[in-house]
Design a protein around this ligand. Structure first.
Ligand code: SAM
Length: 227
C-alpha cells in the first residue's frame, strides 16, 4: 500500500489573498486538513471554495491526534497541516506531528508562505544578515532572566507579543536595552497595519494614551550597528 504524505502548508497572517497557488492546490487535493480551530480555517477555505474534512489538533488532544493521523497516512491518505495563521510549527502547534511523521519514514512536504517574523524583518530596515528568533518570551517565570540574556545578544532579535503585553514589553526593553533601535510592527497585511520606529521610550510615547490592539512583532537592532 502506498503511504500518504504530510503537507505543511503556510496560510495568510491576515490578508486572505496572501497564499500561494500551490498552497491552494495542496489544500484542494488533500484528503483531510489538520487545523487548530475549525472556525478560523473555514474562513480561509470558504474564501477559496475548498470543502474538505477538518481534523482538529491542539494542545488538549495532541498525542491521540498524532496516532490517528499517522494511521490514516499509513493507509494512503494525504493530509495538509495548517495553523490559525502563517507557517505551522513557528510559535504554533505541529512540530510533534512533523517529528513523528519523519521518524515513521513518511514524506513531509513544506508549502511555504506567510510568516509574521520574516515579513517584519523584511520591512524593518534593520540588519537581517544574522538574527535570532525568540518568539514569545516567558510571560512570568523566567521573563526577567530572558530579557537580561537578550540585552547581551549581538544579533537582531525578533519577538512576538500580544495586545495585552506590548506596552509592558516596551517598558521592559526601555529598562534592559534603552539605547537599542526598535521596530514594532502591528497587524501586518491587515487593515490597521502600522509600524513604529525608535528606541523603546520613543515608541512608548507614540503609543501613550492609545488603546493599542492587535498582533505585534518586535524587532530589536544589534547594539551600535550604525557606527
Ligand atoms: N505561525 C505564525 C507565523 O508564521 O508568524 C505565528 C503564530 S503566533 C501564535 C501569533 C503571533 O504571531 C502574534 O501574537 C504576533 O506576535 C505574531 N503575528 C501573527 N500575525 C501577525 C500579524 N498579522 N501582524 C503582526 N504580528 C503577527
Amino acid at each position: 500500500m502506498k503511504l500518504g504524505k504530510l503537507f505543511v502548508v503556510a496560510t495568510p497572517i491576515g490578508n486572505l489573498e496572501d497564499i500561494t497557488f500551490r498552497a491552494v492546490e495542496t489544500l484542494k487535493s488533500a484528503d483531510f486538513i489538520i487545523c487548530e480551530d475549525t472556525r478560523i480555517t473555514k474562513i480561509l477555505l470558504n474564501h477559496y471554495q475548498i470543502q474538505k474534512p477538518l481534523f482538529v489538533m491542539n494542545a488538549h488532544n495532541e498525542s491521540k491526534a498524532i496516532s490517528k493521523i499517522l494511521e490514516r497516512i499509513e493507509l494512503g491518505e494525504s493530509c495538509a497541516l495548517v495553523s490559525d495563521a502563517g507557517t505551522p510549527c513557528i510559535s504554533d502547534p505541529g512540530i510533534r506531528l512533523v517529528n513523528k511523521i519523519i521518524s515513521s519514514k513518511i514524506e513531509v512536504v513544506g508549502i511555504p508562505g506567510s510568516n509574521a517574523a520574516i515579513m517584519a524583518l523584511s520591512i524593518s530596515g534593520l540588519p537581517t544578515d544574522s538574527f535570532v528568533f525568540e518568539g514569545f518570551i516567558p510571560q512570568k517565570k523566567g521573563r526577567q532572566k530572558k530579557l537580561q540574556e537578550l540585552a547581551a545578544e549581538k544579533r537582531t532579535i525578533v519577538l512576538y507579543e500580544s495586545t495585552y503585553r506590548i506596552k509592558k514589553l516596551l517598558e521592559e526593553l526601555n529598562k534592559f536595552m534603552p539605547e537599542r533601535e526598535i521596530v514594532v510592527a502591528r497587524e501586518l497585511t491587515k487593515k490597521f497595519e502600522e509600524t513604529w520606529r525608535g528606541n523603546a521610550l520613543e515608541i512608548l510615547s507614540d503609543l501613550a494614551n492609545k488603546t493599542v490592539k492587535g498582533e505585534f512583532v518586535v524587532i530589536i537592532a544589534p547594539p551600535d550597528w550604525r557606527k
